[in-house]
Design a protein around this ligand. Sequence first.
Ligand SMILES: Nc1nc2c(ncn2[C@@H]2O[C@H](COP(=O)(O)OP(=O)(O)OP(=O)(O)O)[C@@H](O)[C@H]2O)c(=O)[nH]1
Length: 595
Amino acid sequence: MKNIRNFCIIAHIDHGKSTLADRLIEFTNTVQKRDMMNQLLDDMDLERERGITIKSHAIQMQYPKDGEVYTFNLIDTPGHVDFSYEVSRSIAACEGALLIVDASQGIEAQTISNLYLAINHDLEIIPVLNKIDLPGAMPDEVSDQIIDLIGCKKEDIIHASGKEGIGIQDILDAVVTRVPAPKGEPSEPLQALIFDSTFNSYRGIEVIFRVYNGEIKKGDRVKFMNTGKEYYADEIGTLGLEQEPKSIIKTGDVGYLISGIKEAKEVKVGDTISHVANPCKSAIQGFEEVKPMVFAGIYPVETSEFEDLRDAMEKLQLNDASLVWEPETSAALGFGFRCGFLGMLHMEIVQERLEREFDMTVITTVPSVKFKVLTTAGETQWVSAPSELPEPNLINIIEEPYIKAQIITKSEYTGVIMSLCMDKRGILVNQIYLTTDRVELTFDMPLSEVVFDFFDRLKTISRGYASLDYEYKGYEPGYMVKLDIMLNSEKVDALSAIVHRDKAYDWGKRLCEKLRELLPRQQFEIAIQAAIGQKIIARETVKALRKDVLAKCYGGDISRKRKLLEKQKKGKKRMRQVGNVEIPQEAFMAVLKLD
Ligand SMILES: Nc1nc2c(ncn2[C@@H]2O[C@H](COP(=O)(O)OP(=O)(O)OP(=O)(O)O)[C@@H](O)[C@H]2O)c(=O)[nH]1
């Protein structure tokens, strides 16, 4: 145990965590040269395509130093704020953290929030100034920022470049000398925390755990403390690039367990594994409940696939503990699920993973935050779907969620950022100069204004020189109304949105215009109307079209005809028939694209 080191890599997005992890893996010969590739731990296709880490990934390495061999369990974590729940769980399995800061960018919003997560768990922080190879690197200035932030000494900061392989040995040595060995009692009853899990179609459910006390052996009869379910430890092992089966996982170490669990519902991240014969006295305190920020319905395109979708969601939830959902029905779309996400990127990723990993075709409805409605009858109702909003005459007050948004930027962009935030109903509460040209702005803002397109606009107006982090603040009254959309006079509940009264007319008008662009022309005219209560506030029309795609293919070129038909079939994916109108996925997201 004295030679085990558990540590994670934390940073703001794109500061180079995954690249640095590659170098550490390479240096310790954990992976054969021929198997090495860039961003090795980002093994999901989606992560490689987008160049971002979505999941935390654990890998075990051996590192010899001064005649001893150390076992490192390294966890690479995502940087984007939508995946911070992944970071917080990884941190619980570690004693130390490498805090990576890009030497050309300096401290950014998630550098600070991820650092606080690590400090709250008493992790030893090793600051690393990364990308020092870049011509734009500002080692002295950024070192000063780091010293100010964590109160370390200048010589504690390791200079590194993941790209050029600089400072790698210094980092590995610092992990040995500065990260404490895990504590725990090998002779006590087994107490292991499940901090991640996945579904594997061949091997069933795999859980990833960290042993706090005792040890687990292959074949042991184990019990999950919170569910009370019992299993055999059919296979246990450590996590190299591949799983490496072992006969025992000892105190302080990280490993995986496969025990023939078939039901995704039986595994909860945060549960404790113990022995049936000699259980530990109490479960380890699990993780904080996730607080979803954005809600949307997810519906199968084929209504018959509802049960398949439920199964897929349960399996996905195993690997994404921040996803929450419950069944709902929509008059327009039938049976589906109301899901809670940590942000818009998270929502997009969930939709893509359902399609790629579980072969589902789904429609996601208009996203919304969760409103608190105080009714005239004195009751409190939580509303996360516009269709749940009571009639206006039954509503006393609507309250909407607010966040505290922290924006770090260059001082020259302060003006444009302030006007953007005010336009989004934000209130400036603080402005601090971190250095002469770096400023931190704090705003109280309605969450509904931030989750949608705020981040993209912030990046555009600041030319990428602004970073955002936010935390939940509480509920405040807001003048919200329900904006309904009707297609050929039929209300489509899945297209409704709850919006601020001052913006409702303008939104209604622009939403109708946007829908006119997005709804494909069909063989009859489609009237699009926006309404608040009984009052129609905007109208647009999609003209009818006699659509005969084959008419284009004069002559008898069969293969060309087939191609065209196939193309049309593909185009039909992610479309839902509502009444006699076909609605494409983009139409449900139109409300996000109005600015
Ligand atoms: N010049 C230079 N570029 C680097 C270095 N390390 C990473 N990069 C580049 O920076 C970008 C981001 O690197 P990643 O390793 O994917 O960053 P990350 O922090 O893992 O990103 P997320 O996990 O999505 O938060 C990539 O384009 C890398 O090629 C470095 O040391 N020097």
